[in-house]
Design a protein around this ligand. Structure first.
Ligand code: GDP
Length: 468
């Protein structure tokens, strides 16, 4: 009977899936970006604004009044953590609103929309249900794709040379140098090396470096402490003996690739139809030339995941399947007066240009945009020393005080940010460009203060509008 039960269940599953794909289209929307890019806030606000209709005029199906209902449903994947929408929304809508906890691992949420068809079909058929499966995952995990092509020896050599001159890496480099890598594996030594290397990655990240592979060292998810995460880059000894520390590190590096990186791409990445890549470009600009350059390189690496031709494993996995649309979005646009938004969009396009020039993402449609998933500011023009300044005003996170704030002008020509200064000086934008930390505004702005987001509706139109 177990077998019969199993069979019946399987047949039911198959028919469920069939009727779903025949009558209820599913869009799998991937949301990614490096840590702090704004993924959690984006998803929470997108879902809240879609459920509370009337605030998404740039989404045609919404402005045409064709979305008759939007509701959350159990997601199709039983083993993927659910995106904690209610908790995040509660943080943002509390009387004293807080920013929600950031993305640490992959999670998923299904939003279902009842949509009346448009155009010729409008009178002929009733509303249909479109499922939007939102998959949230750290951009750091995409950086791991490049590891698949590398041996432990190559990877170690590359990392050690990249971090050789970084002050944040000094402690780890010393630790690695003074370790006898040909000695028999001693687990505490391996753990201490992994810990030292992880600390080095965190310090690098805090200093504004974005290329911090292996991605799980920064965001381990539920893998923290497992052997596959207990390795570190080490120069190979001459003919490392079996069971030596170095051999075991090599084995774990391979386990990381086979048991962590590949399953992520197979189970999550390969099934995405539409993708948004969020970028805290303002944060990088604030960090200075080094941070911008590093961000540009990290973007190129992240985006190589969307050009599967370059990677044998991914090509085999996708078998011709592709992401149909990719949106590159600079987040936190509410830190800037709208007169600066076009410049930020140009910077965003420039940041991703190299990657886009090299290939057209296997035919995916791409666009760059500047948005704020949650407006924390209002605009204000103030006179200062006889000049008028276009400012933004918000409540400061640290003090809770209101402040109007002029962050400085972004350059009109993005090349000024992306080509390191010739004279070698760390000269950065004329005004010292600044970023402030604003507390979130309640998700309800009063009438006359504008919508609670900036261009979230246009992002939604680009990503899913054609399927509604
Ligand atoms: P994640 O790591 O990609 O999930 O990033 P989060 O969504 O947690 O965002 C990180 C931080 O960026 C938040 O805590 C906010 O401080 C800030 N942030 C994100 N989105 C916005 C936005 O639309 N406006 C403003 N002003 N700040 C934002």
């Amino acid at each position: 009977t177990d077998i019969a039960d199993g069979l019946t269940r399987r047949v039911e599953n198959v028919t469920d899936t069939l009727s779903e794909t025949l009558f209820e289209p599913v869009i799998r929307l991937g949301v990614t970006g490096l840590s702090r890019a704004g993924k959690t806030v984006f998803i929470t606000s997108l879902v809240a604004n879609l459920m509370d209709r009337g605030r998404m005029p740039g989404l045609l199906a919404a402005s045409e009044g064709r979305i008759s209902a939007a509701f959350l449903q159990p997601q199709p994947d039983d083993t993927v953590p659910r995106f904690d929408y209610e908790t995040h929304l509660a943080a943002l809508t509390a009387p004293d609103p807080r920013w929600p906890d950031s993305t640490r691992a992959v999670s998923e949420l299904r939003l279902s929309l009842r949509v009346r068809p448009s155009g010729l079909l409008a009178g002929l058929s009733g509303p249909r249900t479109v499922h939007l499966d939102i998959v949230d995952y750290p951009g750091e995990w995409l950086l791991d794709l490049a590891l698949l092509d590398k041996s432990y020896t190559d990877w170690s050599a590359e990392v050690l040379s990249r971090i050789a001159n970084r002050p944040q890496a000094a402690a780890y480099l010393e630790q690695a140098r003074s370790t006898d890598t040909a000695a028999r594996l001693d687990e505490p030594v391996a753990q201490s090396l992994a810990k030292g290397f992880t600390a080095c990655l965190h310090a690098a990240r805090d200093a504004g470096f974005y290329d911090c592979t292996p991605g799980r060292f920064l965001l381990p998810g539920d893998m923290a402490g497992s052997p596959a995460l207990t390795f570190a880059p080490l120069a190979p000894p001459d003919s490392p003996p079996r069971k030596s520390l170095w051999r075991e590190m090599e084995r774990r590096f391979e386990a990381y690739k086979a048991q962590i990186v590949k399953p992520f791409f197979r189970d999550h990445f390969a099934r995405i139809d539409r993708q948004i890549v969020l970028v805290d470009a303002l944060g990088a600009i604030h960090g200075g030339p080094q941070a911008v350059e590093d961000m540009r390189r990290a973007m190129a690496d992240i985006l190589s995941a969307f050009r599967p031709g370059r990677n044998a494993f991914l090509s085999r996995l996708l078998m011709g399947r592709r992401v149909e649309k990719i949106l590159f979005a600079a987040t936190k646009a509410d830190h800037l007066h709208h007169t600066q938004h076009a410049r930020l969009t140009a910077i965003m396009a420039a940041l991703t240009r190299e990657a886009r020039d090299r290939a057209d993402f296997a035919g995916a449609e791409t666009q760059s945009m500047t948005l704020a998933a949650l407006r924390a500011t209002v605009e204000e023009t103030v006179r200062h020393n006889g000049r008028t300044l276009d400012c933004v005003r918000g409540r400061l996170l640290e003090t809770g005080k209101q402040a109007a704030f002029y962050p400085g002008d972004l350059p009109e020509d993005p090349a000024r940010l992306l080509t390191p200064a010739r004279d070698g000086a760390d000269k950065w934008l004329d005004a010292d460009y600044q970023v402030m930390n604003f507390a979130p505004a309640r998700l309800t702005l009063r009438p006359g203060e504008g919508p609670p987001h900036i261009r979230l509706d246009r992002a939604a139109q680009f990503l899913i509008g054609d399927r509604l």
